[in-house]
Write a protein that binds this ligand. Structure first.
Ligand code: UDX
Length: 439
């Protein structure tokens, strides 16, 4: 099928590449000419494992094209996906101006003779946005245009987006008519995954409800971790024990510094705001957010309790990305942690396998911070090691080498990457989340 994706950000580009990979003819449109020029040269503006190879392969096969022209994309595409940003407003509600602009542009480009078009919202949007998109296309489009509107949320995780897109748990799309639903079924026919076809509003709501539930699991386990710290229980064992219940499941029960990233913080805020505007204040989600926000201060208090003061101390920081396998530092708890440590007068030597560049560019890290050449030299002379991101190479690190390099062998592990007993054997002081410290 001929598909067009408007917006070549994270979601648009990965989705476009994966649609091409399964055999569709895809045009990715973006109004940023520099980005399109980069892509035409084969350069990928974001870090995502496997994406560069997929783009190169599908461009070479003639299934993936890039353009700055919405009109061109609308003309060629039977299905037009909107994948533009939906950033948060200062009050937590969602700024839908990019969606509205694309809907208008689609309406102004589409011609009656071009056949039935399906306009699909891929961006994460508040429930009822599909209705507004349909109204906008009707209002600004020419008479006689035949179109359907669908909502088709994505559930991809940064760092494993390609696999999430090619082998999804489920495909959800919502439409209000069978003709549009048939088109969506054809789009997804090459994928081997269960399909849930709903109405537009339910599909829109599924995305916010799913992300909020995952965030709720994280805040839940972080609260249980607090009780573990007070009672002497071990959060890793508790998570294992409750996760063995199939109804609960072990995933997203990793206690730590809380969730960050470009999705969860924004989506939880948005869902709170949407619920409020619909007349149901979602108090549970407000708690989820509060617990998440307090996790960082709780961790800082632990560090302060052991180090006493930060001023003039040299801290090694492992991790800047908001999670493993990404260079993304948006809403990264690691960055927030670094900002606080620096503001209290300590110096930081930081290391991250992928996110040093993005941290320098977007991290707003002011103060005495240097970026190490590698994971171990980062530790030289440090008075404490703080682990803020769950990269596997941190958990697999050589503890003897860590001890040798540091001035004081103390680890504050915000992601529970080590077994406390093993660290203790090395004579390293160890503080983690939801487990008693080893001193
Ligand atoms: C998330 C959703 O998983 C995905 O389905 C949706 O489409 C976009 O938002 P992503 O933002 O890539 O994906 O990150 P995810 O892997 O979900 O992690 C989010 C945050 O939660 C990270 O900061 C991570 O460190 C944290 N986390 C995750 C925990 O603290 N504990 C866990 O058990 C799991």
């Amino acid at each position: 099928m001929k598909l067009t994706i408007i917006g070549t950000g994270y979601v648009g580009l990965t989705t476009g590449a994966c649609f091409a990979e399964v055999g569709h003819e895809v045009t990715c449109v973006d109004n940023n000419p520099e980005k399109i020029a980069m892509l035409l040269k084969g350069e990928i503006p974001i870090f995502e494992p496997g994406l560069a190879e997929l783009v190169t392969k599908n461009v070479a096969a003639g299934r993936l094209k890039f353009s700055t022209s919405t009109a061109e994309g609308v003309e060629s595409g039977e299905v037009i996906f909107i994948a533009v940003p939906t950033p948060p407003m200062p009050d937590g509600s969602v700024d839908l101006s990019f969606i509205e602009k694309v809907a208008r542009e689609v309406a102004e480009s589409v011609q009656p003779g071009q056949g039935f078009k399906v306009v699909v919202d891929k961006s994460t949007v508040p429930v009822k946005t599909g209705q507004k998109v349909a109204e906008t296309i009707k209002r600004y489009g020419p008479e006689g245009v035949e179109f359907g509107v669908a909502s088709n949320p994505e559930f991809l995780r940064e760092g494993c987006a390609i696999d999430d897109l090619l082998n999804p748990d489920r495909i959800v799309f919502g439409t209000h008519d069978e003709r549009t639903a048939d088109v969506m079924r054809r789009v997804y026919s090459p994928f081997n995954a269960p399909v849930l076809a709903t109405d537009v509003e339910s599909a829109e709501l599924i995305k916010h409800a799913a992300n909020s539930f995952l965030a709720l699991k994280i805040s839940y386990i972080n609260s249980v971790a607090r009780i573990c710290e007070k009672s002497g229980a071990d959060i890793e064992m508790v998570a294992e024990g409750i996760g063995m219940d199939e109804r609960i499941g072990r995933s997203f029960l990793n206690a730590g510094l809380g969730y960050g990233g470009s999705c969860f913080p924004k989506d939880i805020k948005a869902f709170i705001s949407i619920s409020e505007s619909l007349g149901y204040p979602f108090e549970l989600l407000k708690q989820v957010e509060e617990i998440n926000d307090s996790q960082l201060d709780h961790f800082l208090a632990k560090i302060r309790e052991s180090l006493w003061v930060f001023r003039e101390k040299k801290i090694a920081l492992w991790g800047l990305a908001f999670k493993q396998n990404t260079d993304d530092v948006r809403e990264s708890v690691a960055i927030k942690l670094a900002q606080k440590i620096l503001s209290e007068g300590a110096s930081i030597s930081a290391w991250d396998p992928e996110a040093v560049g993005t941290a320098k560019k977007f991290g707003n890290l002011e103060g005495d911070i240097t970026y190490a050449e590698d994971q171990y030299s980062c530790l030289d002379g440090a008075e404490a090691l703080v682990i803020a991101t769950e990269w596997p190479q941190f958990g697999n690190a050589d503890l003897a080498e860590i001890k040798k390099r540091m001035r004081n062998p103390i680890i504050f592990d915000g992601r529970n990457l080590f077994d406390p007993a093993t660290v203790a054997q090395q004579g390293i002081e160890y503080h983690s989340i939801g487990r008693l410290p080893v001193t």
